[in-house]
Design a binder for this molecule. Structure first.
Ligand SMILES: Cc1ncc(COP(=O)(O)O)c(C=O)c1O
Length: 402
């Protein structure tokens, strides 16, 4: 057996099979490139589902982590530490908001948003106890906890994990009328992704997001934007909602906030909304730890320059222009997305998304399929135009060879 085969067999023998990875075993990575255990190089067009917006081994982020490793890494929230205030202040400023509640993973931040909205509903809006409802969209992806899968419409994510958490109303994504009709006096929040990533990079119809903003404001309902995958530069702006000039009541952030180094997530909102929590009502041992804050502070400083957003916008225009040319030839049925983020529907006759991903892997390009024959392209924002073009050439080669 090759080194790769041995490593995969051993991993499969000793880990739960809750993923179906491509058969590549990564040993090191830098920028937009990964190297496997046999020395083969691959262009990373997935970027850890946007957790690696600043690329692998980003010098500034690694240096920030290293410096913090030598000082203090964990205090728990039983004590203050000297990076915490800066992290909260800077993240709130980046979001144009007041208050931050740090957690670790995206799902934890979504859970935090759900708890915040419910408590706000009871304490501020005056919803009768136990009656709070949160409106979510079909085909959403917000994580994997038992509460979050309770409002998933994906049978794979949901089946066999009941009993499910009540209190969620699912309406079709992009349908403002359905959302309006689903709203009652007990609705405390709308929780949506401004662009649905896992669903295949679905951009909602023009006017939808401003419409959600208007409707939620009218009905005294919190607009919670899950920007865990769409936020922090990916779409060519700091937040995907910025494209529509929309400011939500609450951002839910994760992935790129940890710079691909450590898990960092957060809910960011007004002092009124996050002010509903009292000591002991919510928390996390690792949330807001010194190492996480040090790395995230560097991420925020990098985003404050606007250079990564601009890069994503410029290279994103190029990416979408090139992918658009493929739609005329029959191999590609549709391309969606914004900035350096694309969902590409391959003609099913050419293979499943998985088969196309495997072919691309053989050509030295790593992507991830999603439902059916769709692949997602989301390179690190630091990718060079030459490397992106090389990756697109490999895609064209795979599509024309089949
Ligand atoms: C929009 C969105 N929300 C939440 C999550 C969950 O994040 P995590 O995997 O860090 O729990 C994801 C992960 O893909 C996501 O894309």
């Amino acid at each position: 057996m090759s080194t790769t085969e041995t490593a995969i067999a051993s991993a499969e023998a000793h880990s739960a099979h809750n993923y179906h990875p491509l058969p590549v075993v990564v040993a090191s990575a830098e920028g937009a490139w990964m190297t496997d255990v046999e020395g083969r190089r691959y262009l990373d067009l997935l970027a850890g589902y946007s957790a690696l917006n600043f690329g692998h081994g980003n010098r500034r982020l690694i240096d920030a982590a290293r410096a913090q490793l030598d000082r203090v890494t964990l205090t728990s929230r039983a004590f203050y530490h000297d990076r915490f205030a800066d992290f909260c202040t800077e993240l709130a400023a980046l979001c144009g908001m007041e208050t931050v509640l740090p957690m670790n993973t995206g799902a934890e931040a979504v859970e935090t948003a759900v708890k915040t909205a419910r408590k706000w509903g009871y304490r501020v809006k005056g919803v009768p106890d136990g009656m709070a409802k949160i409106i979510v969209a079909s085909d959403n992806f917000h994580g994997r906890t038992t509460t979050i899968v309770s409002f998933s419409t994906d049978p794979e994510a949901r089946a066999d994990f009941g009993p499910y958490t009540p209190g969620f109303e699912i309406v079709p994504y992009g349908d403002l009328t359905a959302m309006r009709e689903a709203m009652t006096e007990n609705t405390v929040a709308v929780l949506i992704e401004p662009i649905q990533g896992e669903a295949g990079v679905l951009v909602p119809p023009a006017g939808y997001l401003p419409g959600v903003r208007e409707l939620t404001r009218e009905r005294n309902v919190l607009f919670i934007a899950d920007e865990i995958q769409s936020g922090l530069g990916r779409t060519g702006k700091t937040f995907a909602l910025d494209h529509e000039g929309v400011v939500p009541d609450m951002y839910v952030l994760g992935k790129a906030l940890g710079g691909g180094v450590v898990p960092v997530s957060a809910v960011v909102s007004s002092a009124d909304v996050l002010g509903v929590f009292r000591p002991g009502e919510h928390g996390s041992t690792f949330g807001g730890n010194p190492l996480a804050c040090a790395v995230a502070l560097e991420v925020i400083a990098m985003l404050r320059t606007g250079e990564y957003q601009q890069r994503a916008a410029e290279l994103g225009d190029h990416l979408h222009r090139e992918l658009g040319l493929l739609t005329g030839g029959g191999a590609v049925e549709a391309v969606r997305g914004r900035g350096l983020w694309a969902g590409v529907d391959i003609a099913p006759a050419l293979g499943t998304g998985r088969e196309i991903s495997e072919k691309l892997m053989e050509e030295g390009v790593l992507v991830k399929d999603t439902h059916g024959s769709t692949i997602r392209i989301a390179p690190p924002l630091v990718i060079s135009k030459e490397d992106l073009d090389w990756g697109l050439d490999r895609l064209r080669a795979v599509l024309s060879a089949r």
